[in-house]
Ligand binder design. Structure first.
Ligand SMILES: Nc1ncnc2c1ncn2[C@@H]1O[C@H](COP(=O)(O)OP(=O)(O)OP(=O)(O)O)[C@@H](O)[C@H]1O
Ligand code: SF4
Length: 312
């Protein structure tokens, strides 16, 4: 189904000016006052589950996983899913969701998400850039202000699953999102890695970060885990797991391994076209792995679901 380009918002909504909107005090961006936590709570009160997607290294497939997690959850049409991209320096979600070049719309200081499907909304910092090739070079406080603005000013509506694609590593943005979302509820984090030691090293840091900020870890996904040749069916380890891969690391650190996703060149092609790989290659081994992982995340969230009074 083609993406609906126009966000909802009614006729009076002019396209939003580029860049974050100024705060009420007239400063470049509003960092929130004493009532900020209450505002955030109010805005996010109808979000049932929040899942952060993290990775130690860049390029391991975190944004791809976030996009496909959102697609997979939205396959159940009774669920409302929102995908938030806070990768301020390299937002790739607009392209992966076929929404590149879109600009955020606002009406009465409320920002509207774009809908890929009727039940799958997307919000990305990329919608604030004038061109997909623009670089964002901002200092921490400005980034934090933007993240808070996203959470506070966006009309999320009723959301069953809010998936947050974060930048690689552990930075100011991670601390901010954990702090802001703690005003409501975070189910936990999914950490994406390749089997290589160089990626696993950074995952260990990520796990320490989660433990420090008391963010539950739903589990680890080992991506690019082997390649099955479509011709001869031989399996090759493109990124050899020299130290036992994610499986060994998860055992050692008492963290769940949610699953392994093999390399499949079709994944990149589908993402570049802004299409769901799960829908385009429903029988592929990678899709089957993604589906099993998504089901585990869903089960985890259902087991940790919010008390009714928080769902208003
Ligand atoms: N299992 C896979 N098989 C083949 N290609 C993959 C797989 N997973 C991801 N890719 C490709 O790897 C590249 C990097 O993926 P992606 O942009 O999701 O990484 P990332 O971890 O979000 O990177 P960054 O954090 O730097 O934005 C993309 O071209 C994507 O299509
Ligand atoms: S395993 Fe390698 S050489 Fe053999 S068919 Fe597959 S791609 Fe070709």
């Amino acid at each position: 189904e083609p993406p609906a380009a126009a966000p909802p918002g009614g006729s009076g909504c002019a396209p939003r000016a580029r860049g974050p909107s100024p705060g009420r005090c007239g400063s470049d961006i509003c960092y929130g006052g004493s009532d900020a936590a209450a505002e955030l709570r109010a805005r996010l009160r109808a979000v049932r589950h929040t899942v952060l997607v993290l990775s130690g290294k860049g390029g391991v497939g975190k944004s791809t996983f976030s996009a496909l997690l959102a697609h997979g959850l939205a396959a159940d049409e009774t669920k409302q899913v929102a995908l938030l991209d806070i990768d301020i320096c390299g937002p790739s979600i607009p392209k992966m969701m076929g929404l590149e070049g879109e600009q955020v719309s606002e009406c009465s200081n409320i920002l509207f998400v774009f809908f890929f499907l009727q039940n799958l909304g997307v919000m990305s910092v990329g919608f604030l850039l004038s061109s997909p090739d623009d670089a964002v070079i901002w200092r921490g406080p400005k980034k934090n202000g933007l993240i808070k603005q996203f959470l506070r000013d966006v009309d999320w509506g009723e959301v069953d699953y809010l998936i947050v694609d974060t930048p690689p590593g552990t930075s100011d943005e991670h601390l901010s999102i954990v702090q802001y979302l703690s005003a409501t509820h975070i189910d936990g984090a999914v950490i994406v890695t390749t089997p290589q030691e160089v990626s696993l090293q950074d995952v260990r840091k990520e796990i320490n970060f989660c433990r420090k900020v008391k963010l539950p870890i739903i589990g680890v996904v080992e991506n690019m885990s082997g390649f099955v040749c479509p011709k001869c069916k031989n399996e090759s380890q493109i990124f050899p797991p020299t130290t036992g891969g994610a499986e060994k690391m998860c055992q050692n650190l008492s963290v769940s391994l949610l699953g392994k996703v093999p390399l499949d060149p079709q994944i990149g092609k589908s993402c570049d076209r802004g299409q769901s790989f799960l829908a385009e290659a429903p029988e592929s081994p990678a899709t089957l792995s993604y589906r099993k992982i998504i089901q585990k995340i869903q089960e985890y969230c259902e087991q940790h679901h919010l008390p009714e009074e928080k769902i208003m």
